[in-house]
Write a protein that binds this ligand. Structure first.
Ligand SMILES: Nc1ncnc2c1ncn2[C@@H]1O[C@H](COP(=O)(O)OP(=O)(O)O)[C@@H](O)[C@H]1O
Ligand SMILES: [Mg+2]
Length: 310
């Protein structure tokens, strides 16, 4: 088999640039160079080089996290350039980047998700009414954020307005969500039409972090991750089923990773679905894939194979 010319697109200009640089570097390290010629592109430096090289490129790995990049914009450019790429297309990427829209589609598909209120920039915030309706604590997040950037856990009515103002610095629309007290789980899915759910990871933030915040996500040792999660088979079957359902409901392809909270009473809630989850060798999706028998290298092969399958 002749070698494929593979574009690796990483870096970018979103608040998650550093994470993307780490994902890109890890992938470059792991990719099998007997199968691929690697060409690197950073949208921060402009995309002219990618456009110029497009006719020679066989496939792309988009390792951009956050907007722009994970949200369908780069996917649209690659569609126009006729370069296949791993993961969700324009529509699925745009939907999954938007937490309110994802929650609407979860509900349509029968996937439980925490109760929420939505606040546009400029809206009058009645903190008392919101806490009456949704209770305390609350999670406040930018509608289209990632990596817990701009997110707060609010424990009193007084803190709510500042938390909303902070989230509004990242997005015009902010979600205020009921806190779900329970075990945090994440479930990866691989596939286009035939879906394979990966073993579930249990996430336990340690130390200063009261939730899976930016520090817990990216500081080595700040979080304990257990794979497979210590839950009963009937519960893990339900999580896997809901992760596959979320993948379909949000029009995703290739792979995805849905975050859940399992309450002690057994109720499960989906928080969000990631279409370009972190891809360093210690990130969650590669970790789950390893438990399923994929090395980081063979996971990347599988994603590229799924990209070429269309
Ligand atoms: N409603 C909620 N109840 C409990 N924890 C939450 C809730 N929403 C978010 N979290 C915590 O915040 C983290 C990040 O939230 P998430 O919605 O997954 O956004 P991001 O795109 O930033 O990962 C979660 O992993 C979880 O630890
Ligand atoms: Mg998340």
């Amino acid at each position: 088999m002749s070698k494929l010319n593979l574009a690796i697109i990483y870096g970018g200009t979103s608040p998650e640039r550093e994470v993307s640089l780490a994902s890109g570097k890890a992938a470059i390290e792991a990719l099998d160079t007997s199968r691929y010629n690697l060409f690197e592109y950073d949208p921060k430096e402009g995309l002219g080089k990618l456009v110029a090289n497009a006719p020679t490129l066989d496939v792309a790995l988009i390792l951009l996290h956050g907007s722009p990049g994970e949200d369908g914009t780069v996917q649209g450019l690659l569609d126009l350039l006729k370069i296949p790429y791993q993961g969700a297309g324009v529509l699925g990427s745009a939907i999954a980047m938007d937490k309110p829209l994802s929650k609407t589609l979860y509900k349509e598909a029968g996937i439980p998700t925490p109760k929420a209120a939505y606040i546009h920039k400029g809206d009058v915030v009645n903190a008392f009414d919101i806490t009456q309706d949704l209770g305390l604590p609350l999670f406040v997040k930018p509608a289209c954020g990632g990596s817990s950037v701009g997110m707060s856990r609010v424990t009193s009515t007084q803190e709510l307005e500042d938390a909303i103002a902070l989230a509004h610095t990242y997005d015009e629309l902010v979600i205020v969500e009921s806190f779900i007290d329970g075990i945090e789980l994440t479930c990866g899915v691989l596939g286009n039409t035939e879906l394979e759910a990966l073993p579930i990871i249990e996430i336990i933030p340690e130390g200063e972090s009261t939730f899976f915040d930016y520090t817990a996500k990216y500081t080595p040792g700040a979080t304990t991750e257990i794979c497979p999660a210590r839950i009963e088979k009937s519960v893990s079957d339900r999580v896997m089923h809901l992760a596959q359902k979320a993948h379909k409901a949000l029009h995703l392809k290739g792979y995805s990773r849905t975050d859940f909270i399992l309450k002690r009473d057994g109720n499960l809630f989906a928080l969000e679905t990631n279409t370009i989850p972190g891809m360093t060798s210690t990130s969650l999706l590669p970790r789950a894939a390893r438990t399923a028998g994929y090395t980081f290298t063979t996971l990347l092969d599988r994603l590229i194979e799924l990209a070429l399958e269309g």
